[in-house]
Design a protein around this ligand. Sequence first.
Ligand code: ASP
Ligand code: MG
Length: 405
Amino acid sequence: MARIVMKFGGTSVADLDRIRNVAARVKREVAAGHEVAVVVSAMAGVTNQLVGWCQALSPLHDAREYDTVVATGEQVTSGLVAIALQEMGVEARSWQGWQIRLLTDGAHGKARIDRIEGAELIRRMGTGQVPVIAGFQGIGPDNRVTTLGRGGSDTSAVALAAALLADRCDIYTDVDGVYTTDPRIVAKARKLDKIAYEAMLELASVGAKVLQTRSVELAMKARVRVQVLSSFQDLPGTLVVDEDEIVEHAIVSGIAYSRDEAKVTVRRVPDRPGIAAAIFGPLAGAGVNVDMIVQNVSADGTTDMTFTLGRADLPRARKVLDDNHATIGFVEILDDPDVAKISVVGVGMRSHAGVANTMFRTLAEKGINIQVISTSEIKVSVLIGAEYTELAVRALHTAYGLDAG
Ligand code: ASP
Ligand code: MG
């Protein structure tokens, strides 16, 4: 007998038939003798609509009222799944964040979980009852509903798995696991049986949108075994686990891409102490998240500073730089929104040399120019022209021996 948290994403609860399908899956685990807690997302499309309504009324709406509105999507599904379970003869009860007491900080719209009072849920699971928990939401220090940021019900599920001392957290979604790369781009992409937390974290943060990044961070910290699997098929998914559990290590486990980037070059700034702070301080102050940075050599006492950021932040970044022209002292600013970031990720890189070189050589052979490079212990990222995204991902997938046979 195990204790399992089963989390169902928006497409898995998109209509009443799918909700019945979810209930049947839960019933099967209960019948097998497991203690089960269910975490649900809003029905597909619902959160987008709720967010849209808030924005339509007021672009700068009050974040507390935004949370009041968007948290309702999960309230609906928690009740519906509980009803479907009861209809199948499974004892079930819905729970909102405030009822459990899933306590968060006060950052409305992107709150972080501080603590979960799990004792009552554990007690009820012990009597055979299935708690059906509204994901994505909690309660803040102001005693009001908070939400955890888009995709946050993954984080709810992992946090609950930790608090309830679950043996596993199964994340049911519309894909059947974590792939070596996006199967829509590379037909030969392979599903991974297992992936290490660290590698999953890098993949999630560089654009593989299977799990919310924060949920992986939390799983790694609390050592929660996570499984990503499809609610539409009966297949084992991908286990996200500790490195030690993985016997056979591929050097590279996946290739991710992101087209949401833009590149900015601040041309001919004086090369003096404090110039980076003069540029990046005001950007950070304006909430602009900068990713890759290169500073070029200076020949004449000036230098060029190139960096990347989310494309949506480009107009704001340009304004901040223009506003600070006097203190930065640049000659001009160039920007390029038509770029993509390609990342090669794998924990095996720690012990193998030459991974970056394989990447550079492969891209060179395809005539793809690399604009910016950044590396971490288990990741190499390059910035290239957006039009080469597919070509680069396919070539790299082959070069690292990831293609399915
Ligand atoms: N319903 C929320 C969203 O769409 C939370 C989630 O699905 O994880 O972002
Ligand atoms: Mg999701």
